[in-house]
Design a protein around this ligand. Sequence first.
Ligand SMILES: [Zn+2]
Length: 220
Amino acid sequence: MSEIHRIKCGNGNCYIIENGVDGILVDTGKKEFVNRVLEACRQYHVKLIVLTHAHFDHAENAAQISNALGIPIGMSEKDCNLIQSNANQGLSAETFLGKIVLSVSLKDFSVRTLEKFKPDIFLKDGDSLSGYGVNASIIALPGHTDGSIGIDVENKGFIVGDALMNMFYPTVSMLFHNKSEMLDSAGKISRLGNRTIYFGHGKPVRNKQWVKQRTVRSTH
Ligand SMILES: [Zn+2]
């Protein structure tokens, strides 16, 4: 039995998935929260860092935590260009609130630089994390970034990174690098069925239909 613990880091979240023996850290938070996250990692014997994607608010502490605990970092190879600069995958927004979040994010991207690191493990769709003692698997969720991934924990909890957001209300991602891929990924999450959804931003909710289905016209 694995449990998912939410570590609040300002307006963002990291998570620890643990089974009472070993744990995995999912995302690492912004610099100012590094000690809080490190402390939690020690408490749950974290053996691996998984990054849902390489935006700074998820990856900024990856290098420091990896070095401090001597543990590997796993992420998608498709987000490696974001380690150089978060500006390397352009972002768009369509909603009013999304545009506000986008302008704040772009300002941050220009001043925040990630402490450079080389991922030890490239994670891709279907990979299992059972080698790290946790019954969880990786699901590719491209769109917010090319290399966005989710972590499905025992078919009960699903950590989505920023593939969905709950900053103001639960919704498909307000920021996206590729809109049609982002919508496809949101549909994929809905089809997982009965899950608790754990966001990179905001409180968990039950899984639901995230993308409006096209109405089928009646023929009579
Ligand atoms: Zn992001």
